[in-house]
Design a protein around this ligand. Structure first.
Ligand SMILES: *[C@@H]1O[C@H](CO)[C@@H](O)[C@H](O)[C@H]1NC(C)=O
Ligand SMILES: *[C@@H]1O[C@H](CO)[C@@H](O)[C@H](O)[C@H]1NC(C)=O
Ligand SMILES: *[C@@H]1O[C@H](CO)[C@@H](O)[C@H](O)[C@H]1NC(C)=O
Ligand SMILES: *[C@@H]1O[C@H](CO)[C@@H](O)[C@H](O)[C@H]1NC(C)=O
Ligand SMILES: *[C@@H]1O[C@H](CO)[C@@H](O)[C@H](O)[C@H]1NC(C)=O
Length: 598
């Protein structure tokens, strides 16, 4: 003991490789030690065992290679480990050092036979995460009061041994798709004819020679059942979709296809009809990308009709929401007058319709009536008019309708009934109005009105100017941030028309800007909209404000509600924009939406 103490004292003043110097608390064991801390004892190397390096471990004396007495190589010789402080954490380190995935147990008392020579390690203290045994704390190399009857051992888990070994993937199927495509193109060895036919044989029938085996790979494909029974079959395809049949069939070989705005509808139809599920799902997922590419609106409208026809609710909603958001452009387009009564009805009933104001929508409906001549049944006119939120039209404008609207003159009784429901909203208090209501009538809630006074536009140019003038000087503009103010009445009826309030809108263009204001925005884009003037807290009035994002190519691609005055927005086309704006150049329309709350 004393000589070891002295040796340790000497070593304290010696230079050690830094990895050997570690601070350790000494475990309380049944043996007492005269010093605290763990100090490696540097021994002089005497000879070298072939290949082994200081710190290497091996298992000796077990029946299998995954168990045995633990031996450690140091200073040219193998030695053992004393079982004082030996536990599962220590065993884990040994097993992982030997490339086993873990330890089953720590074994003590010389279970695997007594070793000979040095007892290198004693009072081991591992956390279990060390990469090798000598990285754990211990008294010092060769510092031990044990005998070989206390040699430690381990049983390692070998079931999934070689866990740390890399698996190198070999994938020679990379060009399989291409090869199958060549098989389709060449038709070599084909054994099954598909006759494509359209109504009235227009265009003329066309025959494709295919491979039975390839087509049978997709068990859902509706034509599969006939593959065995016959040598040919007939596929009925609308004439409009005939140009895409070949690429549809080729897809069945390669599982790859290029889809465009022109082909998406037909491919989706064929995939649905012949139950090629993956293509059906994938083409439906493309709708949000493709819809904005057609500014004539004829594709979104026919896709919606297709969704109705096939009962595909996701497709219906994707299309209808796009039409509702882009309602102003739709109304401006020539497609507007061609809308079916059903589509118009579905559109007008939505609260997410975005228009400058409600009279704009009423005008649009009237122009639709005019365009459809005298054919609209009064019951249809009544049903459509019923969707107009007359209370969202100012009393002045309502009053003027009877002199300015031709359709009013024609359907006076229908209009009068609806208009009478609109007036009370403007002249009665909410307390009075709600006496006969269980919940607030949807007709008393605004849609998304981008016109004056409720909408406030911040253009893409304004934003890029702001960014340019502030990027180089972080403590100038960025610190103050992008901020604008505008004014609206406190509520949208005649009683409030001169009770004004001021709103502040702030946009944060980076996660840092958000953080500076105390918000966490992962996408790096957020906006705040809050009343900046003192406002009287009018009972029963709340605000359900929205931000509308307009892509610089001209369509509305994202709409989101403020929650607690803040909204976290998707910053670019890869991150959750409803109809992605690929230019990543857009303007904002902030819309104040006052509402009665029960
Ligand atoms: C796949 O095709 C490309 C070109 O068509 C070729 O360069 C490449 O070697 C092919 N890979 C395999 C694994 O056949
Ligand atoms: C299609 O198959 C049926 C029955 O297998 C056969 O009678 C007919 O001739 C075939 N038609 C063509 C065009 O191969
Ligand atoms: C619709 O037309 C009006 C009048 O021509 C125009 O001011 C407005 O910008 C157009 N809106 C859209 C979304 O195209
Ligand atoms: C609509 O009906 C009126 C009379 O009821 C008639 O004068 C007018 O020509 C009709 N318009 C159309 C487009 O049919
Ligand atoms: C889009 O936003 C995500 C998340 O903020 C970001 O990781 C990605 O790089 C952005 N892509 C582009 C093209 O800016």
């Amino acid at each position: 003991m004393d000589s070891l103490n002295r040796a340790a004292e000497e070593l304290r003043s010696t230079q050690f490789p830094s990895e050997l110097l570690k601070r350790c608390s000494v475990k309380r064991t049944r043996k007492m030690w005269a010093w605290t801390g763990c100090f490696p004892l540097l021994l002089v190397a005497v000879g070298l065992a072939a290949g082994a390096r200081d710190g290497d471990v091996r298992l000796v004396g077990g029946q299998r290679s995954s168990e045995g007495r633990v031996e450690v190589f140091y200073g040219g010789q193998w030695g053992t480990v004393c079982d004082d402080g030996w536990g599962i954490a220590e065993a884990q380190v040994v097993c992982r050092q030997l490339n086993f995935p873990g330890a089953l147990s720590a074994v003590s008392g010389g279970t695997y036979g007594q070793g000979s020579g040095a007892i290198w390690l004693d009072d081991m203290e591992c956390t279990g995460d060390e990469s090798d045994l000598p990285s754990c704390c211990f008294k010092g190399w060769g510092v031990s009061d044990c005998t070989h009857s206390e040699d430690a051992g381990v049983v390692c888990d070998r079931d999934t041994a070689l866990n740390n070994v890399h698996v190198y993937a070999v994938d020679d199927g990379l060009n399989l798709s291409e090869k199958l495509g060549r098989l389709w193109d060449s038709g070599i060895g084909c054994d099954f004819s598909i006759v494509v036919q359209s109504p009235n044989r227009d265009p003329a029938d066309e025959t494709f020679c295919t491979h039975r085996f390839i087509l049978s790979l997709d068990p859902d494909f509706t034509l599969v059942s006939s593959l065995q029974r016959s040598s040919n079959l007939t596929m009925l395809v609308s004439s409009a979709c005939r140009p895409y049949v070949s690429s549809f069939l080729r897809y069945l070989y390669t599982r790859q296809i290029g889809i465009t705005i022109a082909s998406v509808l037909c491919l989706h139809q064929m995939a649905s009809e012949f139950r090629v599920k993956q293509l059906q799902a994938d083409s439906a997922r493309l709708y949000p990308w493709l819809l904005p590419e057609d500014d004539t609106f004829s594709s979104p409208l026919s896709m919606y009709d297709d969704g109705i026809r096939t009962g595909d609710r996701v497709l219906q909603e994707v299309c209808l929401q796009y039409l509702a958001w882009n309602c102003e452009a739709l109304i401006n387009s020539t497609a507007w007058s061609t809308l079916s009564t059903e589509t118009l009805q579905a559109l007008l009933s939505r609260s997410d319709v975005i228009v400058p104001d409600e009279p704009f929508l009423l005008n649009a409906l009237e122009s639709w009536f005019m365009a459809s001549g005298n054919e609209t049944e009064p019951s249809t006119v009544a049903a459509l008019l019923n969707n107009i939120r007359f209370s969202m039209i100012s009393a002045d404008t309502l009053y003027d309708l009877q002199f300015t609207s031709d359709t009013y003159k024609k359907y006076t009784a229908l209009y009068d009934a609806d208009m009478v429901e609109g007036y009370p909203f403007h002249v009665l208090s909410f307390q009075k109005l709600k006496t006969h209501m269980d919940s607030v009538d949807v007709g008393y809630s605004p849609r998304t009105y981008t016109g004056s006074p409720w909408g406030y536009i911040i253009s893409a140019t304004e934003i890029s100017n702001y960014k340019q003038s502030n990027f180089n000087n972080p403590y100038n503009g960025w610190y103050n941030g992008f901020s604008r103010s505008f004014t609206t009445p406190a509520f949208n009826n005649a009683l409030f028309q001169d009770k004004m309030m001021t709103w502040t809108v702030e946009i944060y263009f980076s996660a840092e800007e958000c953080a500076r204001r105390g918000y966490t925005c992962n996408s790096g884009l957020a906006a705040r909209l809050y009343p900046s003037s003192y406002v009287q807290n009018y009972e029963g009035i709340g605000y359900n404000n929205r931000v509308v994002m307009v892509c610089d190519t001209g369509y509305i691609f994202h709409v989101q509600d403020f929650k607690d005055n803040i909204v976290y927005l998707p910053a670019n086309s890869t991150t959750g924009q409803a109809y992605p704006c690929f230019t990543d150049q857009y303007s904002f329309q902030f819309v104040v939406r006052p509402q009665y709350k029960m």
